[in-house]
Write a protein that binds this ligand. Sequence first.
Ligand SMILES: [Zn+2]
Length: 107
Amino acid sequence: MTESTSGRVQSPPVSAQRRALAAIARAAAPGYGYCYRCEMPWKFTENHTTWYSERRGCFPLCEPCWVVLTPEQRLPFYERLLHEWHAERQVEGGQAEAIIGAAVAGG
Ligand SMILES: [Zn+2]
């Protein structure tokens, strides 16, 4: 995905090799969730959990993607997660603010 809207911070591109591997991996792991940046399914890469309360975490990014991005560059991926959770009516009051706050804080 790209963050092309209205001057948003651009993420460094995912390598062609990672993209190719992710495509193969997704075919081999149907039904698995995946990193929103490189699209590698969780069966084949470690997720980075962002804890936004004592017991609750979320993981829009894998660890290899999370580590190369700044908190600002990560935000669009957390926003995508929240957008999908909103569509599924899974967002509770205060949850979006907690998640974005944790992401901005570098969690
Ligand atoms: Zn990734």
